[in-house]
Design a protein around this ligand. Structure first.
Ligand SMILES: [Zn+2]
Length: 353
């Protein structure tokens, strides 16, 4: 019989080997990082009836196991703050000090970025409405399919990073999605608080069918992974305040998940928006907006008027209820049925999921 000390030593060696194995190589597209490594590469989206794409990604893989956070930038082509922020986030990450991993999707939609497209790709589709995508669909659907398989399926948590599109003047806020699953909803609230944007829109309207998840974050949630959508910046700008908020929020979520010790910007006094409406243009024409982002409006406040090209007013948009202007279209073109503003009502007291 072997002395107990030797048995114990053998057991410890075995346990050590098991924990060393637990953090495996993490591969996303061509980016493959072993424990303690950082790698960059691309997710190749093959060409179909229209051109393909190469989605640039980085993988930072810790030495110890833990959550795998996906940060998704640039879903919409004219939204730049997240695309500028993620390389800054990457510089702050040290895989030797990490438990878990971070997947950085630097630019989810390169064709829309390089073609400077607002809302939709050349196939007429909005990447944040076509999830879970299709392997044999058009360009936008194939991009969604690739991100769902390579990023969402490999992550445990996700932040989809947006701002106002090229035409939208927007105040910073996040969406906290209520799915009806108490564990996911509590974890989603923690992500939203950790991101540091004090206005949090409570979103109860996302589709519940995983085959028609539409949105990046909703696809993650319907696959059991806590996820939020965040908004900071707009109008095609890369102003430092909006970029810094994205960088600080991403680092704070990494800290909150225990992946790496980094500064927290957790919201202490959140302002929850429990009722909100996207107002749409009643007519196509030349928009003259009458409100600014962050402005409080009363019910009936004039949000803006649509004019014809000769300058005659043809329609107007008014606030349907009192609230905050979350964003307003602040460039002249408007098309009937498309958004011109989003108004949100501030919740008094604590939200009840
Ligand atoms: Zn967007």
């Amino acid at each position: 019989m072997r002395p107990p000390q030797l048995l114990l030593a053998a057991l410890l060696v075995a346990l050590d080997a098991a924990s060393a194995r637990a953090q495996a190589v993490l591969s996303v597209g061509t980016a493959s990082a072993g424990p303690g490594e950082t790698a960059s590469g691309v997710i190749a989206v093959p060409a179909g009836s229209d051109p393909g794409a190469e989605i640039p990604v980085s993988v930072v893989n810790g030495t110890k196991p833990g959550p795998i956070l996906a940060l998704v930038a640039g879903t919409h082509g004219y939204e730049y703050t997240s695309v500028v922020a993620l390389p800054r986030v990457l510089q702050r990450l040290d895989p030797k000090r990490m438990s878990g991993a971070v997947i950085l999707v630097h630019m989810a939609n390169p064709p829309a970025f390089y073609e400077r497209r607002v809302y939709r790709n050349a196939d007429g589709k909005n990447l944040n409405r076509v999830y879970p995508g299709k392997a044999d669909g058009s360009q936008t659907e194939r991009i969604a399919f690739a991100i769902a398989r390579e990023v969402i399926d490999k992550a445990t948590h996700l932040v989809d990073m947006h701002c106002g599109d090229g035409n939208e003047s927007l105040r910073p806020y996040s969406y906290w999605q209520i799915s009806g699953d108490a564990r996911l909803d509590a974890a989603g609230k923690e992500l939203a608080l950790a991101y540091g944007l004090d206005h949090i829109v409570i979103d109860r309207e996302r589709p519940r069918d995983p085959a028609k998840s539409q949105y990046t974050a909703n696809t993650a949630v319907l696959r059991g992974k806590p996820a939020i959508t965040v908004e900071s910046g707009g109008l095609g700008s890369t102003d430092e305040a909006s970029v810094a908020a994205q960088e600080a929020g991403a680092l704070s979520v990494i800290a909150q998940l225990g992946v790496q010790d980094l500064p927290s910007v957790r919201v202490e006094k959140p302002i929850f928006i429990d009722r909100w409406q996207v107002l749409t243009a009643p007519a196509t024409g030349v928009w003259r907006w009458g409100v600014e982002k962050m402005q409080s409006v009363a019910e009936g406040t004039l949000v803006g008027r649509v004019h014809d090209a000769s300058g005659k007013a043809v329609a107007e948009v008014r606030a349907p209820f009192a609230g905050e202007v979350l964003y307003v279209v602040a460039t002249p073109p408007v098309t009937k049925g498309e958004p011109v503003a989003m108004i949100g009502r501030v919740l008094e007291g604590e939200p009840k999921p």
